[in-house]
Design a binder for this molecule. Structure first.
Ligand code: CP
Length: 302
């Protein structure tokens, strides 16, 4: 059974094939429309706008009926074991997708489900987002050759972890600028198979000549109690603003997985800069990459 939990177990060719399929869906939307009588469970333990909407619309458009469940409305919220839920939902649905606080919940779902399990974000990874981001980079630069990504912010961010996995497989350079306390551990980098990454405390060193500047919120869902400390640790040095972006390549693109906290990790001027900011294209591409993933897992996972 092929799942979609981290992308660690996907080859370079499989990732490129998902991106190329997503681009085909974008160019010819009618190519994906069908009806199959299949269905998918979309389970949310945490809030979501892009993932919830893109997965539901993508499923519907490829002929897979989506049913969205809030965690607390399921018996899961009253303590029914994850493994029981996995086995029961597998009897009705052709795939189970979940957004969870802790990644090990997805691993348990995958262990007991008899249908593919898809990670719609965990504390450790957000592979659907990273796939859409690499599709966006491909569209903007016509490929990945010589692309240099500078990630500025939390070096242990879940989106960054997924970007690192794909970048490593595709041979794309990533530089991380983060306070030392937030650097990824060597163990974790080894675990995700990340061999080549530059980590620095200096955002200018990371951004120097970069084609892509990427950031994410400094306080993620579930980290609200650390808000005061985190803002003190990241601001003002790691805010992506007009002063910092001057060090990037002149044709750089600005990326953010959204939602953004304006004037915390990025200024209004940078995110609204229509010449460089591609955040709306990233969000749109979540739809096409979701279709590519669902199509692979539901129709080809036999
Ligand atoms: N980027 C992302 O996953 O957005 P949502 O939290 O709105 O789904």
């Amino acid at each position: 059974m092929v799942h979609f939990l981290t992308l660690k177990d996907y080859s370079r060719e499989e990732i490129l094939s998902l991106i190329s399929k997503a681009i085909k869906y974008k160019r010819t939307p009618q190519s994906s429309i069908s009806f199959s009588g299949k269905s998918i469970a979309l389970i949310f333990e945490k809030p979501s706008t892009r993932t919830r909407a893109s997965m539901a619309v993508a499923a519907y458009q490829i002929g897979v009926f989506p049913i969205t469940y809030n965690w607390s409305e399921l018996q899961l919220g009253r303590g029914e074991p994850i493994k029981d839920t996995a086995r029961v939902l597998s009897r009705y649905h052709d795939a189970i997708a979940a957004r969870v606080y802790f990644h090990n919940v997805l691993e348990e779902l995958a262990e007991y489900a008899s249908v593919p399990v898809i990670n719609m974000l965990s504390n450790l990874f957000h592979p659907l987002q990273a796939l859409a981001d690499f599709m966006t980079i491909f569209e903007k630069f016509g490929g990945f050759k010589d692309v240099k990504i500078a990630f500025v912010g939390d070096g242990r961010d879940n989106v960054l972890n997924s970007l690192l996995i794909i970048a490593n497989k595709l041979g794309v350079e990533i530089r991380i600028a983060s306070p030392r306390e937030y650097w990824p551990t060597e163990n974790f980098l080894n675990e995700i198979g990340c061999r080549a990454v530059t980590i620095t405390e200096d955002p200018i060193e990371a951004i120097d000549g970069a084609n892509v500047i990427y950031t994410d919120v400094f306080v993620s869902m579930g980290q609200e109690s650390e808000r005061e400390k985190r803002l003190k640790d990241f601001l003002p040095s790691y805010q992506v603003n007009d002063r910092l972006v001057r060090f990037a390549d002149q044709n750089f693109i600005f990326m953010h997985c959204l939602p953004a906290k304006r004037n915390e990790e990025v200024t209004d001027s940078v995110i609204e800069d229509v010449q460089h900011s591609v955040v709306w294209d990233q969000a749109e591409n979540r739809l096409y990459t979701a279709k590519a993933v669902l199509s692979k897992l539901i129709y080809e996972n036999i």
